[in-house]
Design a binder for this molecule. Structure first.
Ligand code: UDP
Length: 305
């Protein structure tokens, strides 16, 4: 297949492109490097199965030739990034999704949206299943990301219903691994860098809020299975193993053999108190579930950091 990936220089986009090429597909990558990193895709330029176009996907996208799938993975995705780039975050989720859908329609290709567990906001149920509508503050600082992705899902379903286009919506829960930016600001990169430098590990709030962390290779398998499926509705992809953030800080401190102290900092506004995917749908329909344990995944990630 000839597959286009927006956000190819990002954390997940770069792993996805490499995976698809290794599976024998041809990848066309797009990025504007707002938060993407050229180093994530440097090795791919050596293969003729990779093409790159530097482009902002909120503008008109023209790509010659056939395209079998359009995977829309472009977006700032870390809370500090979408606070820094609130308007580009809204634009890539809204205008960028519209442009990517338009391209998929023109090329008669399948469209996949990288959505997020943030569509559930600060959830009132735990774990979160796909039928839950979420608890989102539209005007809070995270609203720029959450609402852009909710709009993107609505737009994707509208193209599916009105234009009868095949679509896939991956609701991606917290994922970690190599190719995250060191200064990305999310919990795993922050804690890893702080622990490895023996600097204080910054836990926000009391660290009782929970997250469920998926190693990137597991996520990529799930994305591929979803792409190859015929499920047009949202599917949760994540690891259901839920832990408190303070516990995550302690595990990272232990496995890096760090001398860091754990210190507490104010909890950011609207920080979700709990998060855990219900992956029954992915398990039953995609025959997918994560295989890499948190310890194994974190150990694989240390070298990179
Ligand atoms: N967090 C933290 N210290 C940090 C970075 C993040 O305690 O240095 C917390 C953050 O408040 C949140 C959790 O870790 O409760 C996960 O944050 P992250 O930015 O990784 O992603 P989120 O799941 O909030 O999108």
């Amino acid at each position: 297949m000839r597959i286009l990936i927006t956000g190819v220089a990002g954390f997940i986009g770069s792993h996805l492109a490499r995976y698809l090429i290794n599976k024998g597909h041809h990848a066309i990558g797009i990025d504007n490097f707002i938060t993407g990193n050229i180093e994530n895709i440097n090795d791919l330029f050596k293969t003729s199965e990779f093409e790159f176009i530097k482009l902002d996907v909120t503008n008109y996208i023209h790509v010659p030739g056939k395209i079998d799938a359009v995977l829309h993975f472009a977006s700032p995705a870390s809370p500090i990034d979408y606070l820094k780039y609130p308007i580009p975050t809204l634009k890539v989720g809204a205008l960028g999704t519209h442009k990517a859908l338009g391209l998929a329609k023109e090329k008669k290709s399948v469209f996949m949206l990288a959505s997020t567990s943030e569509v559930y906001g600060d959830p009132l149920i735990n774990p979160q299943h796909e039928k839950y509508w979420g608890n989102v503050n539209p005007v809070g600082p995270r609203g720029v990301y959450d609402e852009a992705k909710r709009f993107a899902e609505a737009m994707t379903m509208a193209y599916h219903r009105y234009h009868k286009m095949p679509v896939r919506i991956a609701r991606i829960f917290n994922t970690y691994g190599p190719n995250m930016r060191l200064e990305d600001g999310r919990a795993v990169p922050n804690f890893m860098v702080q622990a490895l430098k023996n600097k204080p590990i910054t836990v926000y709030g009391k660290g009782k809020q929970t997250r469920s962390l998926c190693y990137v290779s597991d996520l990529i398998e799930g994305i591929y299975k979803l792409l190859m499926s015929d499920i047009n509705e949202p599917v949760n992809l994540g690891n259901p193993h839920e832990i408190a953030i303070l516990e995550l800080a302690e595990i990272i401190k232990k496995i890096t053999k760090s001398k860091s102290k754990i210190i507490f900092r104010p909890l950011p506004q609207d920080d979700p108190q709990v998060r855990r995917p219900d992956i029954t749908l992915a398990k039953t329909k995609l025959k997918w579930q994560p295989e890499v344990s948190l310890e194994q995944g974190l150990k694989k990630t240390i070298d990179y950091f």
